[in-house]
Design a protein. Structure first.
Length: 307
């Protein structure tokens, strides 16, 4: 029974990188009508409201745990919502999409190391092998089959910002694991999303001041914003946080490697982009790496057993 529950968890978590992967195409179109920070703020404001409705429906909305965990919730909003999206949107202005994709997918590597050394999560060489194989697969895809391009990259302003995104997400992943032991997942996600959205709103007004454009966007853009808020944020965040509770930060973070792969498939089917041999090889390696990481059989540590 326990094995069946774990298998179901692994299958359900596949929706997370699917929804996040679909966000690339929709965001690209939205940015043709709205600036990045305004887009992010609008997305997370709507998402935060939806999460509050969800928490109320589940009767998880309670002000006492919010008050008791206020600063931790603010830290989640500052890392997983505000700083991640701020660093990412600014970083893309200074560097290529290839470099950005390579930097973002090292999230599982840093999460694995920090979770193992500082949070007591169990690991072994199979864990590192799975991370390495999946990272190789994504690298093959984003470099278009020419791994030599990786040696030609230099660290510039854009890369520094993108490493800020990586650091933000790693911190968010590790904080959420501790938080969900004492407070409900949906409530944590709702409050932290609203807090991060307010931060994005403030910075978008200061840096862009283009909220007057929101009322004049096309119906397609509005539907895409709703998709980002409902599926790529609310459902994906709830499932990701739930997954961390069930299988730990290391294994849950491994699913992030599937995000660019799903973005590729969606681009092929919805936007008519061509797929090459290196795409198939890269996707196979990535999926194999995620499978190895999630099927890793190690004994839980005391810290993990308490979760």
């Amino acid at each position: 029974m326990e094995k069946q529950n774990l298998t179901r968890t692994y299958l359900i978590l596949l929706l997370v990188p699917l929804f996040w992967g679909g966000a690339f195409g929709t965001t690209k179109h939205i940015l043709s009508e709205l600036p990045p920070l305004t887009t992010s703020a609008l997305r997370f404001i709507i998402a935060g409201l939806l999460l509050f409705i969800w928490s109320s429906w589940r009767r998880e909305l309670s002000w006492l745990p919010i008050k008791q965990n206020f600063f931790s919730l603010m830290a989640l909003g500052a890392t997983g919502v505000f700083s991640y999206n701020y660093f990412f949107s600014v970083g893309l202005q200074y560097t290529s999409a290839v470099t950005a994709a390579l930097i973002i997918v090292i999230n599982p590597v840093f999460t694995t190391c920090i979770a193992s050394f500082f949070m007591g999560e169990a690991w072994n060489w199979r864990t590192l092998l799975g991370v390495a194989i999946s990272l190789l697969g994504v690298s093959l895809v984003v470099s278009k089959g020419d791994l030599s391009i990786l040696t030609q990259m230099s660290i510039g302003v854009g890369e520094v910002y993108l490493f800020g995104s990586v650091a933000s997400w790693v911190v968010y992943t590790l904080i959420i694991k501790k938080m969900t032991r004492t407070i409900g997942t949906s409530l944590v996600t709702a409050v932290s999303t609203i807090m991060g959205a307010v931060m994005l709103l403030i910075i978008s007004i200061i840096k862009e001041d283009q909220w007057s454009k929101v009322m004049n966007v096309s119906s397609q853009t509005m539907l895409e914003i709703l998709y980002l808020a409902a599926f790529a944020t609310v459902i994906a965040f709830l499932l990701f946080n739930w997954g961390i509770q069930r299988i730990g930060a290391t294994k849950a973070a491994a699913y992030i490697n599937l995000m660019p792969i799903n973005a590729l498939w969606i681009a092929v089917f919805l936007y008519g982009e061509k797929i090459s041999t290196y795409h198939l090889i890269g996707m196979s390696l990535t999926i194999a790496g995620v499978f190895i990481t999630t099927q890793n059989k190690v004994q839980p540590t005391i810290l993990e057993a308490k979760g």
